[in-house]
Design a protein around this ligand. Sequence first.
Ligand SMILES: [Zn+2]
Length: 296
Amino acid sequence: MNIGIDIGGSHIALGLINEENKIILKKEHNWEKEEKNDFLNSIVKYCINAIKEIKNENKNITIQKIGIGYPSANILNGVIYINGMEFNLAERISNEFNIPVYLKNDVKCSGLCEKRIGNLKDYDNCFFIAFGTGVGGAYFYKNQLVKPNKYQGFEIGHMVIEVDGKQCNCGRKGCYEQYASMKAFRSKIEELLGIEKLTSDKMFEIIESKEKQDEVNKIIDEYTNYVSIGICNIIRLFEPDSICMGGSFTYYAPIFMEKIKENIKHTFEGRTIPDILVAKYENDAGIIGASMLESN
Ligand SMILES: [Zn+2]
């Protein structure tokens, strides 16, 4: 058995995964405000306690390894580089349990799950894109996850698509994720309706109810146009056989997919375009993919 951990800015999920890549049990936790203030140490504390609990509750199992997906691309050999500091997350956890701990960017983990057992299984050259709070990517060439020279790479969320556009937290302006993340879409809908912190269910309800239909449709059109621009860039750069879209986007895929496919077809008129797919494992891709890690 392996442990897979998916760390997010507001939530952490930790799963015990068997040899068939099935989730045997899952623990989830929403970060408290105080925990966020000391985020990396809170992660260590939560993971150690949760794994100890799992071991105590399941005395007959052996845990072979632990894999962690973390939402940053500045990760190298199990170490997170943040604000000029280094935090050795993998070592902090492996010291406690004496088994291998691997750490990768969260989107690479989800992509790995889709590539091994999900909708990218049958494609040798393919791209996984997660649209959530930000936008991230994972590229597979000849069936292998492509690793850049040093860090995690394929940060497509930070390719600039608008000169002097919206300020991004990476320091540049006009980054793709400022327009194509689910967060960007949600904030447009919130702005239109004058609602703060719209839940996913409520957002779906509003779209389905056709309230302010024209304005909502305009936002959907704008959003899908931006999403399509990034996907077309990736097609031009990598010529993948397929592109699989994951992250919280998967829940809204029925609303967006047709428009996105149309835009892409239109851009590549007369050319064969890659298969455009939606992730199979949705939210569980992160923990399952993390449990599959075999190196940093
Ligand atoms: Zn950026």
